[in-house]
Design a protein around this ligand. Structure first.
Ligand SMILES: [Zn+2]
Length: 140
């Protein structure tokens, strides 16, 4: 093997300025074409990426909606079970609310109650205990 055969036609080897310039020109053209192809590929990939992102967003939205629906269904199913905190009557909102930070207290009349703060507006809420304590009966 005396010479490596190159795919690009180069009649004159090294040393001749015009041929060298021609080679450089061809390389430039080839790189420009390559760049254009890469640009097209990039645009295509970006479009695909955007499409995938849009689909992911759509799926995420559906998932959130489904989770809300499932949570709502569970809430309805377990509506007979009281929520985490005890329920008291909020004087500020004039409606039954969940009591935050509940603590047992004894009222001036000797009855036990649950005192805490309204979970929605923060007002002080006192709820009488459902069952009368045995001492209450003994006292009366
Ligand atoms: Zn309240």
């Amino acid at each position: 093997m005396a010479k490596r055969s190159r795919p690009t036609e180069a009649p004159v080897e090294a040393g001749t300025p015009p041929a060298d310039g021609d080679k450089a020109h061809k390389r430039l053209k080839r790189l420009e074409r390559e760049l254009a192809e890469l640009g097209a590929t990039e645009a295509k990939r970006l479009a695909q990426l955007n499409e995938v992102r849009a689909r992911a967003t759509a799926v995420r939205t559906r998932l959130t909606t489904l989770r809300t629906t499932v949570a709502g269904a569970h809430g309805e199913a377990g509506s007979d079970v009281p929520p985490a905190g005890p329920i008291g009557y909020c004087m500020r909102e004039r409606r039954p609310v969940e009591i935050s930070d509940p603590e047992p207290v004894t009222l001036s009349n000797g009855r036990t109650a649950i005192a805490g703060t309204c979970s929605t507006c923060g007002a002080r809420v006192v709820a009488l205990s459902a069952r009368a304590s045995p001492t209450d009966r003994a006292d009366a």
